[in-house]
Design a protein around this ligand. Structure first.
Ligand code: SF4
Length: 376
């Protein structure tokens, strides 16, 4: 069971908070699609003929692809990999690109899940984020997607900006539930180094994100999604019964995936590969059969740390028996020893052999995970 991630590195505009790799210059789009297709066929042995259970078009903005470009990429995938008939094919869609014929077209090509970047239901906030759409386009987009026959839709929402209070966030969530979508991914606004937001904060033109308010908003998110029957299967991901994202779940469970396109990462249990984070360098390297990625062979510590980092964020948690079997007694003993402090503070729950974060612990997921890392 493996997945393929395909990164489409183009966007209409640069969002204030974004540190993903993308370009707003679409001049090289055709060349890049050709390079992506060449990379797919070059790397067909990476997953060792494993059946593909999920394909994820992320970015950037995949909805900047034309139907023929999407068809070109998908036909190369099918020619080089065994794709399960029931595979999940997710496509990230930006609201400004929602058009009925386009959505019907991508559905015909096999896309069966949409991930829509709504982000907010406040026009002033969307403008501040430098998003390329407004609230009305958010509503229209979901309606058009549903008319187009999509019944597995995820939306992205950001919390923690200066525009939000517990009250407005609660209202935004009720609006989201009213859209009748099956999945919500909701992330706290974080200030990454390479972003315009970070630049403005440094120049004192914007304030830091208020972590206390963010923490209150996260509690509201967990409470309201639960009240609406959603499962929080990962810290930032919530779904109706039966709508867990296969692609994301497999990533958190440590299954292999092949990342295609500039800046994409790949993982096969033995090594990690990082494609070059530049459209021009990627195209040139692929065209000239030159290396376009760096590779890191994972040590025993890396594998254990990766397991802790990803699994602790999920509802499946870390399994003590699994740690013993996969990594050995040394790691299991270390894990159990480090857990003690968190057990006393009620930040983790232990049931039989499984360790998960408590509701309070979910506020400190990254810190707890890094304390459980083995670095000797
Ligand atoms: S948040 Fe999405 S749409 Fe905005 S710049 Fe980043 S990748 Fe592009």
């Amino acid at each position: 069971m493996s997945g393929i991630y395909i990164h489409i590195p183009f966007c209409h505009k640069a969002c204030l908070y974004c540190d993903f790799h993308f370009s707003t210059n679409l001049k090289n789009k055709k060349k890049l699609v050709d390079a992506i297709c060449k990379e797919i066929s070059c790397r067909k042995s990476y997953l060792e003929n494993d059946t593909i259970k999920s394909i994820y078009f992320g970015g950037g903005t995949p909805s900047l692809l034309s139907l023929s470009e999407l068809e070109q990429i998908l036909s190369i995938v099918h020619a080089n990999f065994i794709v399960d008939k029931k595979a999940e094919l997710t496509f990230e869609l930006n609201p400004e690109d929602a058009e009925l014929n386009y959505l019907k077209g991508i559905k015909r090509l096999g896309i069966n899940r949409l991930s829509v970047g709504l982000q907010s239901f406040n026009d002033e906030e969307l403008k501040w984020m430098n998003r390329a759409h407004d609230v009305q386009q958010n509503f229209d987009c979901i309606k058009i997607a549903q008319q187009g026959g999509f019944d597995n839709i995820s939306i992205d929402l950001i919390y923690g900006s200066k525009f939000q209070t517990p009250d407005t966030w609660n209202k935004a969530l009720q609006t989201a539930f009213g859209l009748n979508v099956q999945h919500i991914s909701s992330y706290n606004l974080t200030v990454e180094n390479r972003t315009q937001l970070n630049h403005l904060i440094k120049e004192k033109k914007e304030k830091e994100v208020d972590s206390e308010i963010s923490s209150q908003l996260f509690d509201i998110l967990m409470e309201e999604t639960a009240r609406n029957g959603c499962t929080q299967y990962e810290i930032s991901n919530f779904c109706n019964p039966g709508y867990m994202a296969i692609h994301n779940s497999n990533y958190w469970r440590g299954l292999s995936y092949l990342g295609i396109g500039p800046s994409a990462h790949s993982y096969n249990g033995v090594s990690r590969r990082f494609n070059v984070r530049s459209n021009t360098q990627y195209i040139q390297a692929i065209e000239n059969n030159k290396p376009f990625y760096e590779e890191e062979i994972l040590t025993a510590n890396d594998k254990y740390n990766e397991y802790i980092l990803t699994r602790l964020r999920t509802q499946w948690g870390c399994d003590i028996k699994e740690i013993k079997t996969f990594f050995g007694e040394k790691y299991a003993a270390y894990f159990l020893n480090q857990l003690e402090a968190y057990k006393q503070k009620n930040l983790i729950d232990i049931k039989q052999n499984t360790v998960t974060l408590s509701k309070q612990g979910k506020h400190f997921a990254d810190g707890i995970a890094s304390d459980l890392f083995y670095t000797k």
